[in-house]
Design a binder for this molecule. Structure first.
Ligand code: NAD
Length: 483
């Protein structure tokens, strides 16, 4: 069989052999039963193998990420290897505690019983991952699934075939395929997997495909974690530290070429500071990637993943400029290797596509504002975002924004770093996702919380029929006084 890389090169992504996928699933279903009693030490040993592979294979990871979208090696370290190692270290440190049954005090009604919540593995899990952080968003959830004692079939994105191939090799090297297996392929493979009966599906990708995943999961009543996307707004108040905000936002927006689910998508800037803020953004972008003439050859700036996405991002800029937007910096140059310069757009028409669709590229539209309430109303009129960032020194302004909006996660005076906080849940809300990942939250996503009550000397026999005399009185008493 040809590899995914060869197939992509030939213009058609390889689809998986359905027979092999079904055999893997059957083998994992058997294995999953035996993993129910797996110890913390056994799970940690698997996580350590994966962590070691991240170090042993780092050169190959750099190469694969570069081949797929010219991602610079230091950015691979920060955004692919570091988060996976961090997830592994956190799980290794805390797994024993996470696995301990959590004792619960009896309520009055349950007097005479003892109770606990036991985290049990869900069983056979399917992880479907996107292309934009191909290693991080595949191996991160894999660590949580292993910590929770599951078996896993992982389907990486076909859009980053070198990374998919490498992950396939790493997994085959360090795991038995009845524990963890990679199934490579594109939409057809994904849909075939979604038709099978898994115990949990962890999907990271677009809201549109998230809906397909949830519909398919409903067929088997399989639980899902959906890590989705959307348009993440930024609000920069007139009290913000202009230079620091611009510096943080330039990195948050243009790292990975803007192809980040939690990247600042569009930005409201208070009119009082608009000009100085745009100037500060220009300076910050030049500091990161050099003068505009040098940016295309700057090895720290990666590329749009493929021609299709290049054309999509270019069309967003063209549509905005046709409707009167000004390119304050950057813009489209000759189609050179899927390169679009870090781009700032001002005077953007409200109906421009760049303000309607998730941008997922190096383009940042700026909208001036004076009235924070109107901004909040506009944000609340959109689907709930995965991230919302607020930049201000005024604590009341910050509180007003946080209290009157909803988002998967937020940063105050920073962007993107919420992803790197191992003690925080990472996830969306409604259109931007369902459920959480990372650390203890990731462990819980792949665990079933099983309630266990142990009878000792409870009064439950007093509720039994015949419902007459004292029993009738006791039920009334309990309803009134014991609950
Ligand atoms: P995508 O939804 O197109 O693809 C994700 C996965 O789904 C891939 O493995 C793909 O093969 C599969 N897939 C695609 N179409 C399918 C279909 N019709 N049926 C079944 N499976 C299908 O997403 P993408 O382009 O890889 O990634 C970009 C999107 O992911 C953006 O919306 C971004 O915001 C989001 N994202 C979210 C997070 C997060 O953590 N919340 C992280 C990264 C990306």
């Amino acid at each position: 069989m040809s590899t995914a890389v060869e197939n992509i090169a030939a213009g058609a992504p390889a689809e998986a052999d359905h027979g092999r996928t079904e055999r893997l699933l059957a083998a994992q279903q058997v294995k999953a039963l035996s993993l129910r009693t797996s110890t913390a030490a056994e799970r940690i040993e698997k996580i350590k193998r994966l962590r070691q592979a991240m170090f042993d294979r780092s050169e190959q990871i750099y190469k694969a990420c570069h081949a797929d979208f010219a991602k610079p090696a230091p950015e691979v370290d920060i955004t692919e290897i570091l988060p996976v190692v961090m997830e592994a270290n956190h799980a290794i440190r805390h797994l024993k505690g996470w696995m301990k049954p959590e004792r619960k005090r009896p309520t009055l009604l349950m007097f005479g019983t003892s109770a606990e919540v036991r985290n049990e593995p869900k069983g056979v899990c399917l992880i479907i991952s996107p292309w934009n952080y191909p290693i991080n968003l595949s191996f991160g959830p894999l660590i949580s699934a292993l910590a929770a004692g599951n078996t896993v079939i992982l389907k990486p994105s076909e859009m980053t075939p070198h990374c998919a191939q490498l992950m396939d090799e790493i997994v085959a090297d360090i795991f038995d395929e009845d524990e963890v297996a990679v199934v490579q392929g594109a939409v057809q493979t994904s849909q075939h997997l979604l038709g099978l009966h898994f115990d949990h599906i962890f999907f990271t990708g677009s809201p549109a495909v998230g809906k397909i995943v949830m519909r398919a999961a409903a067929e088997h009543l399989t639980s899902v974690t959906l890590e989705l996307g959307g348009k993440s707004p930024v609000i920069v108040d007139k009290t913000a530290d202009i230079n620091k905000s611009a510096k943080n936002l330039a990195w948050g927006k243009f790292a990975n070429n803007g192809q980040t689910c939690i990247a600042p998508d569009y930005m409201y800037v208070h009119t009082d500071i608009l000009d100085s803020f745009v100037e500060a953004m220009r300076k910050a972008m030049t500091k990161l990637y050099g003068d505009q003439a040098q940016m295309a050859s700057n090895g720290d700036y990666c590329r749009i993943v493929n021609d299709k996405h290049y054309a999509r991002v270019k069309s967003l800029i063209d549509d905005a400029t046709e409707r009167g937007a000004r390119v304050s910096m950057g813009g489209v140059e000759a189609n050179n290797d899927n390169y679009i310069a870090p781009t700032l757009l001002t005077d953007v028409d409200h109906d421009a596509r760049v303000l309607q669709e998730e941008i997922f590229g190096p383009v940042l539209p700026i909208i001036p504002f004076t009235d924070a309430d109107r901004v909040i109303d506009q944000i609340n009129a959109q689907p709930k975002p995965l991230a919302l960032y607020v930049f201000a020194r005024d604590k009341d302004f910050i509180d007003k924004v946080l209290s009157n909006t909803s988002a998967g996660g937020s940063c105050v005076n920073h962007s993107m770093v919420q992803f790197l906080h191992a003690n925080l849940p990472f996830g969306g809300v409604n259109n931007s996702g369902l459920g959480n990942s990372h650390g203890h939250y990731g462990f819980k996503a792949f665990s079933h919380e099983r309630a266990v009550v142990r009878e000792r000397f409870s009064l439950s026999f007093l509720f039994l029929p015949p419902y007459k005399g004292f029993t009738r009185w006791f039920i009334k008493f309990a309803t009134r006084w014991l609950v």
